[in-house]
Every structure is written in C-alpha cells, then in structure tokens.
Design a binder for this molecule. Structure first.
Ligand code: A3P
Length: 300
C-alpha cells in the first residue's frame, strides 16, 4: 500500500528524459532538448552541481562577485533571476535577451548541456560534495518540496539515492561523467568541503577562474555575505521568498546545517559502508578524494 502511494507520488513528481530525471510541470522534454542549441557567449558562467552540493552558496558568491548593487544591498531580485536554472526556466524566457555577462545554474549531466560549451566557450564551475552529506541534505530537502505529495522515510530515500531515482539521477554518474569529460570544457572543479574550510581562498579561486580581480575590501564583503550565518538571515540568499507552492520552509530550509560530516548523525554503519563500496567501484579509478569529516584535511 505504502509502496503504491510512493510510486504514485514519484510518478507525478518526476519524469525521465534521456536517462535523466526532471521535476514535472516546471520543465518538459522539449525545453530540455532546446538547450542543446542555446547560444553560448565567451563570458557566460555556468554553476553546475548535483543537488545539495552547494548550488545556492555558489550562486550567492558569484552574484556578489559580479553585481556591485547586490553587494551593496540595492538589488532585491532573487539570485535565481540573475543566475537561473537553465533546465527549469519557469517563465520560458529566452536567455538571448539577457545582457552579458550572464550567470546560469544547472543540475544537468554533461551530455544535455548546450553543445557550444564543448568548444570551450563560456565557463563552468562544477561544485561537488561528499556523497554521504549530499544524500542526507537531499533527504531533508525532499520534505521541503511542496509538489512531492508524499513524505519519504529515510530508508526509502537512501534506496532512491543509491539507485539514482531522484532528480537528476545518480550522483555517482553525475560526478564521474563531468570529471571524465572535463577536457572538453573550460571548467573549474571546486568542492563544498574546501569552501567550508577556507571560504576566502575559495572565493579567490573562483575570481581567478572568471578573471575578476576584487580589491581587498570588496573581497572581504563577498566572503562576509556568503557565510552560512549571513546567508541564513538574508531571504534572497536563502530563497526564503520562494512561494510556498514550490518550497515549504515550514518543513525545513535550504540552509540547514552547512557542515561536513552530518551524515554520521543519520546513516547506519551498513549504509555508510554501502556508499564507500559504491564510491570505490564507480569512482575508484579517478583521482578524486572526498572529505568526510570536518576535522579531515582538505585536498585542494
Ligand atoms: P545541508 O543540508 O547539509 O545543511 P544546494 O544549494 O546545492 O541545494 O545545497 C544546499 C546545502 O548547502 C545545504 O547543506 C546548505 O546548508 C549548504 N549551504 C548553503 N549555503 C551555505 C553556506 N554559506 N555555508 C555552508 N553551507 C551552505
């Protein structure tokens, strides 16, 4: 009975297109396919992530770097308006009319991204996070999504995550595919964990990648306005202004704990070992190291 209700809720919430899951109603296969031919400009910057890896944090950092008015509190539009998700283009607006430099966000796998990016036009900042914290964060976030008419328990969500039946699909494939195709793109890989450990160096790394030099005072401001504490109290940075029909913040928030290692409070030993095994079998041949605890050393 519960299984049938879950299936029904998932069926209504997600659709699969070309191997990737999308949320229904807010996008369509046609909208996703149209992205293939999106015209890319050299100064475009795309934030690409698997959900819960630090997406809105990176949006905040980039918006602060790019927009002086935002830094000074004079722009009240949401970060998602200035750095929209390309696959969830609610207003169906053409990105062609957006003035340069344009910022975008996406959870897409590499093979559904605009083709021109492969010519090393535009820049991609790929943020990734250890899969255990990503999974726990995603579990909590699913409760906030209003259109998902079913409260998924922890064990069930764990299974959905490891089988890749969440949007956009398998975390393991997402990280692997982006990493193994990195030569095709102008891309910076940065981890959530290094942002946690040294936010200022991470902001500098991003600035260097996008070729923007900030003076010290501005740099300090960008760092201060992108700390967990500041973002949490700012409705624009924390998305608290989003309509309740989309996200119900009575059930959680985007900025939840913001740390490394919270998975230890949720995962059983067996679940943790299962993820370790999957990391080994699916990513073990790649030179990617994950940071699992706040006290671990971070690899830059
Ligand atoms: P937790 O749920 O573990 O707290 P995304 O934006 O990709 O959905 O990722 C959300 C995760 O990033 C949440 O993780 C959130 O707390 C964390 N996050 C967002 N801004 C942050 C910040 N300034 N510092 C630390 N973590 C942040």
């Amino acid at each position: 009975m519960a299984q049938a209700a879950l299936e029904e809720a998932l069926e209504a919430f997600l659709f699969k297109h070309k191997g990737t899951y999308f949320q229904t109603e807010i996008t369509s296969p046609e909208a996703v396919d149209a992205l293939e031919h999106m015209e890319i400009r050299d100064d475009d910057v795309f934030i690409v992530t698997y959900p819960k890896s630090g997406t809105i944090w990176t949006q905040q950092i980039l918006n602060l770097i790019y927009y002086e008015e935002y830094r000074n509190g004079k722009l009240n539009t949401d970060n998602t308006t200035r750095s929209p998700w390309i696959e969830y283009n609610y207003g169906n607006t053409s990105f062609d009319s957006h003035p340069s430099p344009r910022l975008f966000t996406s959870h897409l796998p590499y093979y559904l991204m605009p083709k021109d990016l492969r010519l090393r036009r535009g820049k991609i900042i790929y943020v990734y996070r250890n899969p255990k914290d990503t999974l726990v964060s995603f579990y909590h976030f699913y409760k906030v999504i209003s259109r998902l008419q079913y409260t998924i328990d922890w064990e069930t969500f764990f299974d959905l995550f490891v089988t890749g039946r969440v949007f956009p699909g398998s975390w393991f494939d997402h990280v692997r595919e982006w990493y193994t195709h990195k030569e095709d793109y102008n891309i910076l890989f940065i981890t959530y964990e290094e942002m946690i450990k040294d936010l200022k160096s991470s902001v500098l790394k991003i600035c260097k990648f996008v070729d923007i030099k900030l003076d010290d005072e501005v740099l300090e401001k960008v760092v201060e306005k992108s700390t967990f504490k500041t973002m949490e109290s700012d409705p624009i940075a924390s998305y608290k202004n989003v309509s309740k029909d989309i996200l119900n913040f009575d059930k959680g928030s985007f900025l939840r704990k913001g740390t490394i290692g919270d998975w230890k409070n949720k995962m059983t030993v067996a679940q943790s070992e299962q993820i370790d095994e999957m990391v080994k079998s699916k990513l073990g041949d790649l030179p990617i190291k994950f940071v699992w605890d706040i006290n671990d050393e971070v690899h830059y």
